[in-house]
Design a binder for this molecule. Structure first.
Ligand SMILES: NC(=O)c1ccc[n+]([C@@H]2O[C@H](COP(=O)([O-])OP(=O)(O)OC[C@H]3O[C@@H](n4cnc5c(N)ncnc54)[C@H](O)[C@@H]3O)[C@@H](O)[C@H]2O)c1
Length: 256
């Protein structure tokens, strides 16, 4: 890793965003940078370094979040290099869209590992010892409304798949309850843990998927920056008494 960039804010927070090479994670990183934070991007994609250079991130690390020892040592390295860790955003995700009939153990394991297991162990590494010793920290986990309503997208009566898959929906439901569990543990240590559940958002992950958003109360896809705004709230001082919640950013999609 290169040396931390010079902060323009006199008291910049240090944030780590996983899955930040593109899409929603990149938008979250951009928003936190705009808010004055020093932001480190973490992603499996080699393009993460280019993204970091383009958006002015403090650093970038190329890591597969399903490699838990690598993930945790990267988090410890960032906290050590920058002297603290104020914000962790778990945004890395994969979304299988196979039919239930075609769902394989490999897809199941991948989506559980990326969307849920990595989240748990990233939060663990951020809290112990960094956020607990600081007596402060914000854990923000990107879930999905798929985890609230059993997957999103129209159900195909023939069962051919296409909507967010069973593994993904199960992992995102787990992410929401994992966030609640952690929130109950870490609140006394000055740390909050919250989830954000996006609905259909225009990003590479959603490309080509059919969501039927014309039936939504807000009848359009959401933008990554609209998810980033929710994260900025949960990372900032206005959410000081908010923990264990799951904030929907879905244009009312699950109300439709
Ligand atoms: N786009 C949507 O409609 C939508 C809706 C609800 C929730 N989400 C969630 O938002 C998050 C971001 O999604 P997106 O739409 O930006 O998707 P995306 O596919 O555009 O970006 C996901 C990022 O995660 C990274 N990633 C994937 N597997 C990884 C691994 N093993 N290790 C490290 N990085 C890995 C990818 O390289 C990529 O940069 C995901 O958790 C996703 O489930 C997206």
């Amino acid at each position: 890793m290169s040396a931390p960039s010079a902060p323009s804010n006199p008291h910049p927070r240090v944030a780590l965003v996983t899955g930040a090479a593109q899409g929603i994670g990149e938008a979250i990183a951009q928003r936190l940078i705009a808010d004055g934070d020093r932001v480190v991007l973490l992603d499996i994609a080699p393009t993460v370094k280019d993204t970091a250079a383009r958006i002015g991130a403090a650093d970038a690390v190329r890591v597969d979040v399903t490699d838990i020892p690598e993930l945790q040592s990267s988090i410890h390295d960032v906290a050590t290099q920058f002297g603290r860790l104020d914000i962790l955003v778990n945004c890395a995700g994969t979304c299988g869209r196979e039919s239930f009939e075609d769902l394989s153990p490999a897809t199941w394991q991948r989506d559980i590992d990326t969307n849920l297991t990595a989240m748990a162990f990233a939060c663990q590494a951020a809290v112990f010892p960094h956020m607990k010793e600081q007596g402060s920290g914000r854990l923000i986990n990107i879930a999905s409304v798929s985890g609230k309503v059993g997957g999103i997208g129209p159900v195909d009566p023939a069962g051919r798949g296409g909507r967010s898959g069973a593994a993904y929906a199960s992992a995102k439901a787990g992410a929401i309850n994992l966030t609640r569990w952690i929130a109950r543990q870490v609140g006394a240590w000055g740390i909050t843990a919250n989830a954000v559940a996006p609905g259909p958002i225009s990003s590479p992950m959603a490309a080509g998927a059919e969501y039927g958003v014309s039936q939504s109360p807000i009848p359009r896809m959401g933008e990554p920056a609209e998810v980033a705004a929710a994260v900025a709230y949960l990372a900032g001082p206005d959410s000081s008494y908010t923990t264990g919640t799951c904030l929907h950013v879905d244009g009312g999609y699950v109300l439709a």
